[in-house]
Design a protein around this ligand. Structure first.
Ligand SMILES: Nc1ncnc2c1ncn2[C@@H]1O[C@H](COP(=O)(O)OP(=O)(O)OP(=O)(O)O)[C@@H](O)[C@H]1O
Ligand SMILES: O=P(O)(O)O[C@H]1[C@H](O)[C@@H](O)[C@H](OP(=O)(O)O)[C@@H](OP(=O)(O)O)[C@H]1O
Ligand SMILES: [Mg+2]
Ligand SMILES: [Mg+2]
Length: 336
């Protein structure tokens, strides 16, 4: 909260930023360090407008200047890659503990490896009356593609198998996935990889967006099921492009209710709460699937940091409320 709020005449006038007695109505300054693509998809005019009316100002961080010389910021939002940037942020967190950095770089780093990414879900072993949430059986292959057929046979993983680059750094390459239908073709894959059992899920996945304590779920079209017959007739490795994009929304599709039904809310709340804690992140989404033919057997197959919130319904309201809640919590802590 840095300067007096200079406006308040449009929609949202008089809306409290949430400070007691109306005495601290200050601007909340959010510095952002995002790629130009991300800035475009996230910082849409509707978000900026709503934010302004709620007393939030987004300010672009200049990479050519020291972070400490900019701002001052209440919150720093970021999604940039590279060791150098991580170090800048870590140093800034040390010297500016009053600023909320969303999210801590070391916590984000955890998602940059597709093995460690899902470890928290596996450790949680979530199972209650609403369902069971796990991760598909998987195997990491660091090198030597010729060893893969034996490694897969020894581990008991069943075909078909999804091969995903172990490193998940946001590069185009880290999203180049393949589906392998027979054991011997596995030698054609290029380690380092995570090999994951393909779980039939009726061709629909659930994107579970998390923004602090808020959760929103949407349906997306996904890879179709592979039948036993198809598996026995098919050989080879098939590359597939990113399937979980906005164009493939399945929210309005006419789907089998057993496939379309969203995961139970209480289950998602438990999962999200626990993952927030274990991962130390507040901005992420999960790709979740329901094993076809079951009602309550779920798998998390992917976790993304600061995903495409522009595609999340009502993200403008949810995100601005979240930013305000962070500042309010800090204010309460200081005055309490
Ligand atoms: N184990 C699995 N079983 C069934 N389908 C899977 C599995 N793993 C991945 N898929 C399918 O492949 C797609 C891409 O996989 P994944 O989400 O891991 O990749 P990604 O490149 O990280 O995606 P994103 O664009 O969401 O970051 C999934 O959305 C899903 O359709
Ligand atoms: O919203 P989902 O379906 O999860 O997909 C997102 C990816 O997971 C993100 O990695 C993309 O963000 P980046 O472009 O910053 O990598 C993100 O890109 P976007 O912000 O340009 O929409 C999305 O493609
Ligand atoms: Mg995904
Ligand atoms: Mg991903």
């Amino acid at each position: 909260m840095r300067e007096e709020m200079p406006y308040g005449t449009e929609e949202g006038e008089g809306e409290e930023v949430g400070f007691p007695n109306n005495t601290h109505k200050r601007l909340v300054v959010v510095g952002y360090a995002l790629t130009s693509k991300k800035t475009k998809s996230f910082l849409q005019p509707k978000l900026e407008g709503l934010a302004r009316n709620k007393g939030i100002l987004f300010v672009a961080i200049d990479h050519n200047r020291s972070l400490s010389d900019q701002g001052p910021f209440d919150i720093v939002l970021h999604k940039l890659s590279g060791k150098e940037w991580r170090q800048i942020l870590e140093d800034y967190r040390q010297t500016h503990p009053e600023v909320t950095v969303l999210d801590p770089p070391d916590a984000i780093q955890h998602l940059h490896n597709r093995q460690s990414m899902l470890q928290a879900v596996a450790d949680m072993n979530l199972s209650d009356s609403y369902g069971k949430v796990g991760v598909p059986r998987q195997l990491v292959v660091k090198r030597d593609a010729s060893s893969i057929p034996d490694a897969v046979a020894n581990s008991g993983l069943t075909l078909p198998i999804v091969a995903k680059p172990l490193v998940n750094d946001g590069s185009a390459k880290s999203h180049e996935l393949s589906l392998a239908f027979d054991r011997y073709s596995l030698q054609k894959l290029e380690p380092p990889l995570v090999l994951q059992e393909f779980v039939n899920h009726g061709g629909v996945l659930f994107k579970v967006y998390i923004v602090g304590e808020a959760i929103k779920v949407v349906r997306r079209f996904s890879l179709p099921d592979v039948s036993k017959r198809e598996l026995s007739k098919t050989a080879g490795v098939y590359r597939f492009p990113r399937v979980s994009c906005a164009a493939a929304s399945a929210d309005d599709a006419d789907l089998d209710p057993g496939i379309a039904e969203l995961p139970p809310r209480p289950l998602l709340e438990r999962l999200a709460k626990e993952l927030r804690r274990r991962l130390g992140l507040r901005l992420f989404n999960l790709d979740m699937i329901r094993e076809h033919g079951t009602r309550d057997r779920f798998y998390v197959i992917d976790i993304n940091y600061f995903p495409g919130y522009g595609k999340m319904p009502e993200y403008e309201h949810i995100f601005t409320d979240f930013l305000l809640s962070l500042v309010q919590a800090k204010y309460k802590k200081r005055s309490g």
